[in-house]
Design a protein around this ligand. Sequence first.
Ligand code: FES
Length: 124
Amino acid sequence: MYSEKVLDHFNNPRNVGELEHASGVGMVGNAKCGDIMKMYIQVENNIITDVRFKTFGCGAAIATSSMATEMVKGKTLEEALELTNKAVMDALDGLPPAKVHCSVLAEEAIRAAIEDYIKNQKGD
Ligand code: FES
């Protein structure tokens, strides 16, 4: 069923919460199940220095959000934009096939947060 890593990140999710003065915030929903993920990033000199998430969703979504935050922290925006749901799943030693769609939320939420940051920079 679930790998040890998935269970660990589900039971002890990293970087849960909000950033009060976030540089960018992204919120995405999964049309299949209605679950929602909100991602907050702090950006300094093009680097993601801090990241938090809140996931109103299933265990696989929580575990992938947690792993994704660990993978983008300290990365440049360009590197973070390259993060794929497959890379997050691989880092978790895989997900059951029925749960693959849950991992897409993390990738999309990070992208949305970065897009929000870029928009804020432009002052739109
Ligand atoms: Fe909704 Fe997993 S079932 S994100």
